[in-house]
Design a protein around this ligand. Sequence first.
Ligand SMILES: Cc1cc2nc3c(=O)[nH]c(=O)nc-3n(C[C@H](O)[C@H](O)[C@H](O)COP(=O)(O)OP(=O)(O)OC[C@H]3O[C@@H](n4cnc5c(N)ncnc54)[C@H](O)[C@@H]3O)c2cc1C
Length: 253
Amino acid sequence: MVIDFSRYSSIKIGPVVEVKEITPENFEGEYLIGRATNTLISPTPPPLGVLSREFDFIRLDGDLLRVGGGVKNRHLYNFARKHNLGGFEFLRNLPGSVGGSLKMNAGVKEWEISKNLVALKGYDGWHDRKEFQFSYRSSTIETPIFEAIFKITHPYRREIDNHIRQLRKNQPKGASLGSVFKNPPGDYAGRLIEKVGLKGYRIGGVEISPIHANFFINVGGGTFSDMMKLIELAQSRVMKHFGVQLELEIKIV
Ligand SMILES: Cc1cc2nc3c(=O)[nH]c(=O)nc-3n(C[C@H](O)[C@H](O)[C@H](O)COP(=O)(O)OP(=O)(O)OC[C@H]3O[C@@H](n4cnc5c(N)ncnc54)[C@H](O)[C@@H]3O)c2cc1C
């Protein structure tokens, strides 16, 4: 299928390219895209794949929840809430897919998607959670995630859901990839970028958000090159002033 990433990706930047629909049988090492809410796609990406539509399902099986890798986080959040299943409250307003979120170990504060993971199905079959390591916005998963099994340990918790909603209130609106950089240990990337005077700074059609300096917003007509220049500028200024190397949270392909 052909995807126009200037429409598909959450930052509305990227080329129009042919993307293969992946199944465990036809996977040939393509770079997998979920919902492209954490991925910046260059004008000349490697061969890309998205999961075939058959991996968009949610099934409750006793205290196990079986979820296709292509399921949107929003749908998993809604399902869990409707069926009174705890552990997914933090997915409220967390864009992206379950596969992409597991690969990124997406989360909010102390809640992370890997927490209740039991096993996942890759192109070469099922893997126990213990085969992978998960850390802050990172995992060692190298296979496409076709399906995941989560254990349900407690009912849905409204107070967590409300807390997450509160946290999201200060998040900038507009086309973005969420946080561009990981927070360095004991600090915040946004604070450092703000301190070097780049909050609200703009190159071409991409602006470092005046609300939260770790969000780079495509305010209209932003390009891959605009994003790359802003990333390099933020990294070099923060290195010069604070001696801190800002590490990318987003993926660039
Ligand atoms: C407004 C906004 C707010 C955000 N807030 C948060 C937040 O609070 N916390 C947080 O953690 N993130 C946040 N993000 C980032 C993003 O939503 C998450 O990282 C999300 O999990 C990415 O999912 P995706 O499907 O879009 O992944 P993509 O961007 O498509 O891919 C991300 C990575 O996962 C890999 N991947 C994708 N699908 C699969 C699969 N099926 N199997 C294996 N690998 C796969 C890709 O190859 C890539 O390496 C935010 C983004 C936006 C735009």
